[in-house]
Design a protein around this ligand. Structure first.
Ligand SMILES: [Ca+2]
Length: 405
């Protein structure tokens, strides 16, 4: 192949009927912007959005085997704005073989995304393509660009990288956002696809909307049993999609929506479905006791959410005992006296077993659009068998922290 005029060589690639939508091979780059090895007689394109960790003046380099080009839209994410910023008309093993491999300084802004394309044309022998950068005034030495600063495009979808520190790690939305910004310079959750390592499963935060529904059975064998349905604006895993058959019993406060009353009518937001009713739900939490309960038995009949021993919170809690009933009430320091609130914990002993229970002074209720409600039982067991190990404790702890924070 004659590379004496690079434009001619790349026109062979760019005029090929397979370009750009039908490549013979597609590879997602996991580590750095370095690709293409061990083949002959091909043309390749690397494309990505890049983000920068700090605002500043960046220089770019391209190297490869054989000839290479690097294009960047310095103004944004549109392919139309691409401009040639560096190239090499011969094979290059490093970034300093020819002057044209190095771009001018380009001012880039943290948090913005820029569209980049790089090309290589290979005849025979060694091959490859890599893109590097540096930013002297923001302290970044020259390096092949790490993939953590990219958002890759495959089939028109933006792909985010996972930023977990250890397997099965779960983080708050705030932590996830912080990491995305720190490691990629991009905003959180503006992706189409989250790229997970092969065979890894898990959840990620998203800004997509998600409404919660329940299916309520009307048959005699499982009256009023429910299955949860998440109607999210992105992909939903099967155990909570509309086909879910994971029905379980709940404690309804009174009646429940059923086919006999047409699921309480269309004004309720409920629909009649094959199994029974399909209803939108909301969850509310309220304080149960605003004064000392009359008896231990009454507590066991109304409180169902376990707390941890308040002594675990150190000096955060103080306690007092009702000498008549034997009920010990734990209140947050500063809330002693008449106040019973959502932070209050009751310590009671079950007579039959002698076991001590710590119970939160709250009830969590699920309300349907039809005006019915049931107690939202604590349910820390995942319905996904592979997740039932560490998650229970994490959720329990999370609940305690939420209430005491
Ligand atoms: Ca070669």
């Amino acid at each position: 192949m004659d590379y004496s005029t690079s434009g001619v060589a790349f026109s062979v690639l760019k005029n090929d009927a397979r370009f750009p939508d039908f490549p013979d091979k597609t590879v997602v780059l996991d580590n750095t912007l370095e690709a293409f090895r061990d083949a002959d007689k091909y043309g390749g394109r690397m494309r990505t959005y890049i983000t920068v960790p700090k605002s500043g003046n960046y220089r770019f380099w391209v190297r490869g085997d054989d000839i290479t080009e690097l294009w960047l839209n310095t103004n944004g994410t549109e392919a139309e704005g691409l401009a040639l910023i560096a190239y090499a008309n011969r094979w290059t093993s490093g970034f300093d073989t020819t002057d044209s491999q190095e771009s001018a300084f380009i001012e880039l802004v943290a948090g913005e995304s820029y569209y980049m394309e790089a090309f290589v044309m290979e005849g025979g022998g060694g091959d490859g393509l890599a893109v590097g950068w540096d930013c002297p005034d923001c302290g970044i030495p020259r390096e092949v660009i790490p993939a953590s600063f990219t958002r890759q495009k495959v089939g028109g979808e933006a792909i985010a990288k996972m930023f977990n520190i250890f397997d099965d790690e779960r983080v708050t939305y705030a932590t996830a956002s912080e990491r995305c910004v720190a490691q990629g310079g991009h905003g959180q959750c503006d992706y189409d696809v989250i790229e997970a390592p092969y065979l890894k499963t898990g959840f990620h935060w998203t800004n997509n909307t998600c409404d919660t529904f329940i299916k309520v059975t009307s048959d005699e064998a499982t009256p009023g049993w429910i299955a949860l349905v998440h109607d999210a604006s992105s992909d939903v895993i099967q155990h909570v999609d509309e086909t879910s058959i994971n029905f379980f019993p709940v404690i309804w406060d009174d009646e429940y929506p059923n086919v006999d009353n047409m699921c309480s009518g269309t004004a309720s937001g409920c629909e009649v479905i094959e199994e029974g009713c399909y209803c939108p739900v909301t969850v509310s939490e309220s304080v149960v006791y605003d004064s000392m309960p009359a008896s231990v038995e009454h507590i066991f009949s109304t409180l169902f959410i376990g707390a941890i021993d308040p002594s675990s919170f150190g000096s955060l809690y103080q306690s007092e005992e009702d000498s008549t009933t034997g009920i010990i009430v734990h209140k947050k320091v500063g809330e002693m006296g008449a106040v019973f609130d959502e932070h209050t914990i009751f310590e009671v002993v079950e007579v039959r077993t002698g076991r001590t229970f710590f119970l939160w002074n709250i009830v969590n209720t699920v309300n349907t659009g039809s005006g019915h409600s049931f107690r939202n039982a604590p349910h820390f067991m995942s319905m996904i068998p592979s997740e039932t190990d560490t998650r229970d404790a994490q959720y329990e702890t999370g609940k305690s922290n939420h209430l005491c924070g």
